[in-house]
Design a binder for this molecule. Structure first.
Ligand code: URA
Ligand code: SF4
Length: 189
């Protein structure tokens, strides 16, 4: 158990619990405001993230930032962004179930300290690990699902949107739904 976010991040930065530690350049712990109400969770670092030590800094990250900006969210202000696995899987392969299982304890600790109200799962890997192993992102993206103390929403992964630009309008709609409903909750409307 960690007392504060800094202590947790420091410990995570030197983690060697799974094989991904052998090929990584940096542990990508997360970025943002640890007091945020909203936590975004992706899959795992890609090449740029591994080199820079920050999540979502490549092309997909630029698109994510754009969609966030449209609903007044900003990684440097009012959200926190993390991943299921904190080290880059070689060649950007999917993180293996055992790697996810090893790493998820870091995320659990992050959630304990951040205490977000809403958790957005970016993409299939994140949504299946955190919401439901059988979740179909094409069907359930943009819907709020109550899980324990959290409202969870699966969304398309920004890298998937780049591969399928025809998903862009739906993806933007999800952000608008997210924004409207989360505002209503804040003001108890
Ligand atoms: N894709 C992810 O899932 N996470 C990142 O940090 C970058 C790309
Ligand atoms: Fe540790 Fe997670 Fe990195 Fe594996 S992926 S070495 S569990 S921080």
């Amino acid at each position: 158990m960690y007392n504060n976010f800094e202590e947790l991040s420091k410990a995570c930065e030197s983690c060697t619990k799974c094989g991904l530690c052998e090929t990584r350049h940096n542990v990508v712990v997360g970025v943002g405001n640890p007091d945020a109400d909203v936590l975004f969770i992706g899959e795992g670092p890609g090449e740029n993230e591994d080199l820079q030590g920050e999540p979502f800094v490549g092309r997909a990250g630029k698109l994510l930032d754009k969609m966030l900006l449209a609903v007044d969210l900003d990684r440097n202000k009012n959200i926190y962004i993390a991943n299921i696995v904190k080290c880059r899987p070689p060649q950007n392969r999917d993180p293996k179930p055992e790697e996810q299982e090893m790493c998820i304890e870091w995320l659990r600790n992050q959630v304990r300290i951040i205490k977000p109200k809403i958790i957005v799962c970016l993409g299939r890997i994140s949504a299946q690990k955190l919401i439901d192993p059988n979740l179909k992102i094409t069907k359930e993206h943009g819907s709020f699902i109550q899980k324990g103390n959290f409202l969870m929403m699966p969304m398309f992964h920004p890298a998937a949107i780049l591969r399928n630009p025809n998903q862009k309008p739906e993806a933007f709609d999800d952000f608008l739904i997210f924004s409207t409903l989360s505002d209503c909750r804040k003001t108890n409307l």
